[in-house]
Write a protein that binds this ligand. Structure first.
Ligand SMILES: [Zn+2]
Length: 642
């Protein structure tokens, strides 16, 4: 298909109120007149009022040009990057519509609950609309959830946007403004044009680009230019819950600049006019990572980049979301390249959109220094083992996890090993490791996935933000351009397999083998350190919360065969009160013997004794180097730039 160009944005930078007030104000009228003449309709005007963020309340004033007669307005339903109808409509409240100063009625569509019908009276050319957004937990599992603390927010525009329905969103012009609490600053990929007190006005754009350009704002805020030698310009916009958090380590900033260079080398192109890494450091906000064309919304624990133990858990977040600017935003599966946010998205190629991004993000995290090769291998061992023992793979193939992506996000942990989750991320990554190592094998190390990325993600060279859709056939044709192979069969086999084990060929071709030891890796200790969970998944086949409540039981494992299920509570292990260390001692004691591990379990107020027949001790996954094979993984993880 032909590329679908977005309205190109001018070069943008983070807003510096004093400087821009001087530089830009004289040109505002000229710019507005120019863009207005080019636009098919009058622009929507929207002001996001963030002054009540500390009490989890956002407001919008929206002016929408209309003609008399029936009109339908809509909020965002299918959120790009969420791949789901997660527009947080449940918390979109306080809707009041006025025409010429008089309140007029609205009626919600009784099928599409994100849409509102209004009969516009004669003599009315615009609607003045007020809406509030409640930034509290919602039932849509949305990026809006936990998006505020008392001193910062990252606002995704689906929280407040309302616009005419039935028109491709790239054709609807909009002029946005943002009002901040006293003394706060903001960062965004939008182009600021002027300020008016605490309100920042931005250049006219489209609903598509606005929805693609979140705003981070905070009391403690800092904007840091990155990779000074690279054009276009890159920035880190960081908001934090405490002022000292803004003192980021020089090594972290060096890694981020290196990431900009490494991604440019690997993807052989850039498809943005500027790029802003928005980073919210908070233990109050919920973690998040959402990709955009010219920015990314990254929310991590407050000390994610100062506490060394968190590095393996957050190290690939920024590389992952940044990679999406190429893989997901610029190159987009045809089923996800919809004309508006009311049209349902089809997720069947998410093993490319997310799976390849997962792999590339993890590789780039090492190449740019966020994580070490050892941390990469430990994380890979953990995800490969989790997939390898997951029994749900025998009834549901990987492609089905992508097709049903929108019903798998936010599912309960209980029986998740039988349901499967969004495995197209991690198993997709295993498949792309397989592709990478297969290309290297077939070409004697002369070519790799780097060459595929240059062709596929760098198609068309440097461009402004555009969407270039692809399908399975183009993917296969591009792989064949790198090295001829029956790539269609290669991929189909892995996507439709219901074999009991995960595709681990990539790990073998990289010179490693998945195996188990009796001690958790630093990576797994970091996970358990955050969750405080007890993980005996790879041994007896159960995981539990610290109080003994079973989170999940692996189908067909020793714990499953003993009759255990999630939600039951382990009271005692071998007659001692339950704790993680007590369970570990019992696993050790039963190793190599014939004695069972005896649990006292409570379910719905009833107690019983359960005997687990298991004698292999504690088990935790690791990757072991295979002797006398080339260390292809070391080659994969080598930086492309100096
Ligand atoms: Zn992603």
């Amino acid at each position: 298909m032909l590329p679908l160009p977005l309205v190109p944005l001018r070069r943008q930078s983070v807003f510096h109120p004093a400087r821009l007030r001087v530089l830009i104000l004289p040109f505002v009228t000229i710019l507005a007149t120019f863009t207005f003449a080019q636009s098919p309709t009058q622009p929507v005007l929207i002001t996001a009022d963030l002054t009540d963020v500390p009490r989890k309340l956002l407001h919008a004033e929206i002016e929408i040009p209309v003609s008399p007669g029936p009109v339908t307005l809509t909020t965002v339903k299918w959120v790009p990057g969420n791949h789901r109808p997660s527009g947080p409509i449940d918390n979109f409240t306080g809707l009041v519509v006025r025409a010429n100063g008089n309140e007029i009625p609205w009626r919600r569509d009784d099928v599409d609950l994100h849409a509102f019908h209004i009969d516009v009276p004669q003599g009315v050319s615009k609607l003045d609309i007020h809406a509030d957004f409640l930034a509290v937990p919602g039932n849509t599992v949305s990026s809006a959830d936990g998006s505020t603390s008392g001193v910062q927010t990252t606002m995704e525009w689906e929280e407040l946007l309302l616009y005419p329905a039935g028109i491709p969103v790239r054709q609807i012009p909009v002029i946005p403004s943002v009002k901040l609490p006293d003394g706060w600053k903001l960062g965004t990929a939008l182009t600021p044009t002027s300020t008016d007190g605490d309100t920042t006005h931005f250049a006219q754009t489209t609903i598509e680009m606005l929805e693609d350009s979140p705003v981070i704002a905070g009391k403690y805020f800092r904007e840091i230019p990155l990779a000074p030698d690279v054009t276009p310009k890159h920035y880190l916009d960081v908001a934090a819950d405490a002022p000292e958090d803004l003192d980021l380590k020089p090594a972290m900033l060096e890694s981020l600049s290196k990431l900009v260079n490494e991604a440019g080398a690997m993807y052989a192109s850039r498809h943005y006019n500027t790029y802003h890494f928005l980073l919210g450091l908070s233990d109050v906000e919920e973690g998040n990572g959402l990709e955009h064309h010219q920015s990314s919304d990254n929310r991590t624990p407050e000390h994610a980049f100062s506490d060394e133990s968190l590095a393996p858990l957050v190290g690939d977040l920024l590389p992952h979301e940044y990679t999406h600017s190429w893989n997901g935003k610029y190159r987009r599966p045809i089923g996800l390249a919809t004309p508006d946010y009311s049209t349902p998205m089809k997720g069947n190629l998410l093993w490319v959109y997310e799976g390849m991004t997962q792999y590339l993000g993890e590789v780039l995290a090492v190449r740019s220094g966020f994580v070490t090769p050892e941390q990469f291998r430990e994380a890979l061992a953990y995800s490969a083992a989790t997939l390898d023992i997951k029994p749900g793979r025998t009834w549901r193939d990987l492609e089905d996890t992508a097709v049903s992506s929108s019903i798998l996000r936010g599912s309960s942990r209980e029986w998740s090993n039988w349901r499967r989750g969004q495995d197209y991320y991690q198993e997709g990554a295993l498949i792309w490791l397989d592709v990478d190592t297969t290309i290297r094998k077939l070409t004697g190390g002369k070519k790799s996935l780097n060459d595929f990325c240059a062709l596929f993600l760098g198609k068309g060279g440097n461009t402004p933000p555009e969407v270039v859709p692809y399908d399975f056939d183009e993917l296969v044709a591009t792989l064949n351009q790198v090295v001829p192979n029956d790539w269609a069969a290669f991929l189909r086999e892995r996507l439709t397999s219901t074999a009991p084990h995960a595709p681990l060929e990539g790990i073998a071709q990289a010179g490693y083998e998945l195996t188990y030891t009796d001690k958790p890796t630093a990576f797994e200790r970091a996970i358990l350190g955050r969750s405080h969970a007890v993980d005996a998944t790879f041994s007896v086949g159960l995981s539990a919360r610290p109080d003994g409540t079973i989170a999940d039981v692996l189908f067909n494992s020793p714990a499953f065969k003993a009759g255990l299920g999630p939600g039951e509570k382990i009271i005692a292990v071998d007659n001692r009160a339950f704790s993680g260390p007590v369970l570990a001692l019992a696993l050790k004691a039963a190793k190599g013997t014939t004695q069972t591990i005896d649990l006292i379990v409570e379910n719905t107020g009833y107690f019983r004794t359960v005997r687990i027949d298991y004698h292999d001790g504690e088990k935790y996954p690791v990757l072991k180097r295979v002797d006398n094979t080339p260390d292809v993984m070391a080659d994969i993880l080598k930086p492309m730039t100096r």
